[in-house]
Every structure is written in structure tokens, then in C-alpha cells.
Design a protein around this ligand. Structure first.
Ligand code: FDP
Length: 294
């Protein structure tokens, strides 16, 4: 079965929106070969942009501008919300190319998208009506949810996304992907990681959040980018990274927390809001939330 057959026609605008983004995955994938360098620009977080960050951002914003149903887009690569079509029902949040510091070493990176039925992107994550991510790895895959399970498709040679896994449920293996410098970890987080290691969790950290969470989704365990000395809010962005992936993992039977409570309950008040993140199996999320209380 192909993606266009799988997405229910009950909400035609939402379906068009997801399919439009899926098409951009092909354009972005085709852009990698001649865009491997850094730019002279930085984004709002002071991070050096790579050519692919800028390209992926422009490709998606331009495509969404052609859909009447999209009111606005908020991108990790832009300081301001882009207003598109005034009457549009949806607001889209995106990290056009997550993990882009891996550009040049040919590891997996991805596009992360969140969709709200609202003209504004400032909503708690649990109000999302859809989320998806596209991974550019040995295979190009698209994983989506519209609140009815998590489904994964692989891009075939004919340019169609073919169903690979329907109703994915988070695995039960013991993997951990711990971000941030170890010497800057705070005591509860340090204890949590020690407990995981004592229980035999295996280390898996690639430097690409979306790819690491994808692995955790399939196999099980936990990805963390915690609060650390010098940054009480960690590194990852609530609107662009944490919420869409948190919504996805929750749909697959897992959970996402800032260490103290569900990330999807946070009401964002700024575009560039960061959040400490623990995302994975319910077992691991309970462990860190208990550790935070000690
Ligand atoms: P990147 O800066 O390359 O886009 O939040 C972005 C992110 O990568 C995540 O994908 C990744 O997990 C994390 O940052 C890596 O951060 P470190 O450089 O601290 O390892």
C-alpha cells in the first residue's frame, strides 16, 4: 500500500498537507550531493547553518505556501513565523534538517514536522493533529501519525512511499542515547544514566536526534538530551524537535518527558524555547521522573 492510499480521506486538507511534505522529501534527498558545505550564516541559536539547512527550509516553506490550508509555518531555521495563507486552518512547525552537523560525514539526518489545527504554533504538543519525520539514510523513510497509530513508509525507486510498518509499537530492547557533555550532567541525570548502565543498557548515540529516536522507536530504550550545567533547558527545541517526536513516540506506546512531567503538556511561550528531553519507553521515563524527586 502507498502513502496516499493509507492516509484517510476524512480530512482532505490534512492529507494534502502530509502528501505535499512527503513530496518535498524527494526534493531534499536529491539536494544532498551538491550541498555538503557550511554557510556563512548562523541561525537564531547561534549555530552555523549548513547549505542543506537553508535548502530544506526553503523547499518546504515554498511548497507549503502553495496550499490554501496552511496558515503559517514556524521553522527552526527562521527567527519569525512565516504567514502563508490567512484562511488556512493549519500551522506547521518544522526542523527542516535535524542532525545537520553530521553533514559531510554521510550519516542519517531527517526532517521533523508538527501540524496543528490552529493559525498559531503556540500550542501544547498534545493538541497536534499530525506529526511526521522523513529520514535520509540508506533508505529514505517517512513515518507519520495523525493520532491513530504510527506508520512507516519507504521511498521506492518509482518515487512512491510504500508501506513498510503499520501501527508501530515501541520496542522493548535496552538502548540509551545520552546527549550533552558527561562532565556537565546534573546529579539526578547522572544517577539515571548509572542505573541504566547497571541494568546493561547499550549505548547508541549518532548525533542526529531524529535518527536516534527512530532507532529507539523500533528497538526500545531512551533518548535523552538533559538539562546540564550552563543550560537548565537543555539543547533541543520544544516546538520543532521535542513535541513532534514526543507526539509520535506517545502514539507508539512510549512517552516523552522533561524529567518532571509530560513534554506534551507544556504551553510554549516562545519560538526558540528549549526543553530537557527524555523520550522512549514508559519504563525508562518513569525511572527518570522518580530520580528527579529524590
Ligand atoms: P544538530 O545540532 O546537528 O542539528 O538538536 C540538534 C542536534 O543536532 C540533534 O539532532 C542531536 O541529537 C544534537 O543536536 C547533538 O548535539 P551535540 O552536538 O551536543 O551532540
Amino acid at each position: 500500500m502507498f502513502l496516499e492510499e493509507h492516509i484517510p480521506a476524512t480530512d482532505p486538507d490534512l492529507k494534502d498537507l502530509i502528501l505535499k511534505i512527503a513530496d518535498q522529501g524527494m526534493v531534499i534527498r536529491a539536494g544532498f550531493q551538491c550541498r555538503q558545505e557550511s554557510c556563512d550564516t548562523t541561525n537564531v541559536y547561534g549555530e552555523t547553518q549548513v547549505q542543506m539547512d537553508v535548502f530544506a527550509d526553503e523547499v518546504i516553506v515554498t511548497a507549503l505556501g502553495k496550499l490554501d490550508c496552511v496558515n503559517s509555518v514556524a521553522s527552526e531555521e527562521r527567527p519569525d513565523i512565516v504567514s502563508l495563507n490567512k484562511g488556512g486552518a493549519f500551522s506547521v512547525t518544522m526542523d527542516p534538517l535535524d542532525g545537520s552537523s553530521l553533514m559531510g560525514v554521510n550519516l542519517t539526518v531527517g526532517t521533523i514536522i508538527g501540524i496543528y489545527r490552529n493559525s498559531s504554533p503556540f500550542n501544547p504538543g498534545r493538541e497536534m493533529v499530525g506529526a511526521l519525520y522523513i529520514l535520509y539514510g540508506p533508505l529514505t523513510t517517512l513515518t507519520y501519525t495523525i493520532g491513530k497509530g504510527v506508520h512507516e513508509f519507504v521511498l521506492n525507486e518509482g518515487g512512491s512511499y510504500q508501506l513498510q510498518h503499520e501501527d508501530l509499537r515501541i520496542g522493548s530492547s535496552r538502548l540509551y542515547a545520552p546527549g550533552a557533555l558527561r562532565k556537565k550532567w546534573l546529579p539526578p541525570h547522572r544517577r539515571f544514566i548509572r542505573k541504566l548502565e547497571e541494568k546493561g543498557y547499550k549505548l547508541r548515540f549518532s548525533g542526529s536526534f531524529v535518527a536516534d529516536v527512530h532507532q529507539i522507536l523500533h528497538k526500545g530504550g531512551v533518548f535523552t538530551y538533559p538539562a546540564f550545567e550552563g543550560s537548565e533547558d537543555g539543547k533541543l527545541r520544544l516546538l520543532f524537535e521535542a513535541n513532534p517526536m514526543g507526539f509520535m513516540i506517545t502514539q507508539a506506546g512510549g512517552a516523552a518527558s522533561n524529567g518532571r512531567g509530560n513534554i506534551l503538556d507544556i504551553s510554549p511561550d516562545k519560538l526558540d524555547q528549549r526543553v530537557p528531553i527524555y523520550i522512549g519507553g514508559k519504563r525508562e521515563i518513569s525511572m527518570i521522573e522518580e530520580e528527579m524527586l529524590i
